[in-house]
Design a protein around this ligand. Structure first.
Ligand SMILES: *[C@@H]1O[C@H](CO)[C@@H](O)[C@H](O)[C@H]1NC(C)=O
Length: 159
């Protein structure tokens, strides 16, 4: 029984260090660790598995941002044009960037995965710029840029 416990503790230590070691190579260690630890798959994933978890986080954040955008049309009608642009940008993330990244990483062609991940950050930036400094989405934009940067660093480890 004691041996089993010790083995489990050792497993947990080595699992967390896989995430820690990987996240040390990214531009935002804390964000990386918290995203990966929040997913039950994180503890047993290899590098491409960790990259796929983060692409999933990009998908979740893009979905959340799109809902926020949809709610803003009524509250901020003066921003209609910029919001419309943002809707298109976030749909590109969901319908093109995310599936492209998942397919590329799963099939072992990480270069194309990197392109999709980088583009998610670019789309978020273009959306933000459309508000000419009066964006109601700034914190969501920053989150997307940060997740994109962290995910990119991990996808690059697969190249
Ligand atoms: C993401 O990475 C780019 C390129 O290295 C950098 O210019 C930008 O400041 C980063 N963004 C965030 C929010 O960390």
């Amino acid at each position: 029984m004691k041996m089993v416990m010790m083995f489990m503790v050792m497993m947990m230590v080595s699992e967390s260090s896989m995430i820690d070691q990987t996240c040390k190579e990214t531009p935002d260690f804390n964000l990386c660790v918290s995203l990966l630890n929040s997913d039950p798959r994180g503890s047993s994933a290899d590098t491409s598995g960790l990259a796929l978890i983060l692409v999933d986080k990009i998908k979740v954040l893009a979905t959340k941002t799109l809902h926020e955008i949809n709610g803003l049309y009524k509250k901020r009608p003066e921003l209609k044009q910029a919001l419309g642009e943002c809707s298109r940008r976030y749909k590109t993330i969901l319908n093109a960037d995310v599936p492209e990244a998942i397919e590329a990483i799963s099939k072992g062609v990480p270069k194309f995965g990197e392109d999709g991940v980088i583009d998610a950050g670019v789309e978020a930036s273009v959306c933000e710029e459309g508000f000419k400094g009066k964006s109601p989405l700034t914190s969501l934009t920053k989150s997307m840029q940060k997740i994109s940067n962290v995910t990119r660093a991990i996808v690059r480890m697969l190249l």
